[in-house]
Design a protein around this ligand. Structure first.
Ligand code: SF4
Ligand code: SF4
Length: 188
């Protein structure tokens, strides 16, 4: 805007510089500079999530006691019992397979999981994408996916499952082997 035009607009709308207005602007700038930022530098900084946040379901297999309460609680039949090594923690040797493509993220299974176990939780991952029509994780794959989400810091973005499936399968083998080594009577 030219100076002449600026003067014309100022005269037309009777705009007068106000000391109070200038001070208010300076205060706003100072507040912005010295107070904490309202945003985060994601993905370098992690966002603080509300306590009630319900992300992709996570399974800490070492904590599972094989009670099956989660299977009964699921309204969409996406949890299944699977046999596995009997350990000190999991005496019946029952573990849980998960069909994430059918999960409602309702959290009823997390509530049903006994506090003595605490094997189920919501991770910070929002979702995943895949070209497969159906995904069914056996207990070891589900536990592997959960560990990878934590270790790799996958959160908020949709995980490209087709690209990470080989990592999940590889980690699942390690988890299964470790459980078999911990099986009751196996270390003799
Ligand atoms: S979050 Fe809900 S739908 Fe998903 S597995 Fe748990 S109970 Fe089933
Ligand atoms: S995940 Fe929890 S509720 Fe489900 S079988 Fe294991 S201990 Fe029981």
């Amino acid at each position: 805007m030219s100076k002449a035009k600026f003067v014309e607009v100022r005269e037309k709308w009777k705009i007068r510089p106000s000391v109070l207005g200038i001070l208010k602007s300076m205060k706003a700038v100072a507040e912005y500079n010295f107070h904490s930022r309202p945003t985060t530098l994601y993905p370098f900084e992690k966002n603080k999530l509300p306590e009630a946040f319900r992300g992709l379901l996570g399974y800490d297999i070492e904590k599972c006691i094989g009670c099956g309460a989660c299977v009964l609680a699921c309204p969409n039949n996406c949890l299944y019992r699977r046999p596995g090594p009997k350990t000190e923690k999991n005496k019946p040797g029952i573990y849980i397979a998960f069909e994430p493509t059918h999960c409602l993220f309702c959290g009823l299974c997390v509530e049903a999981c006994p506090p003595v176990s605490g094997a189920l939780r919501h991770t910070h991952a929002i979702s995943f994408v895949t070209t497969k029509k159906k995904v069914l994780w056996d207990p070891w794959e589900w536990a592997a996916m959960t560990k990878l989400i934590d270790e790799m810091g996958w959160e908020f973005d949709a995980i490209d499952y087709d690209r990470v499936e080989h990592l999940v399968k590889q980690k699942a083998e390690e988890i299964k082997k470790a459980l078999e080594e911990n099986a009751t009577g196996a270390k003799k």
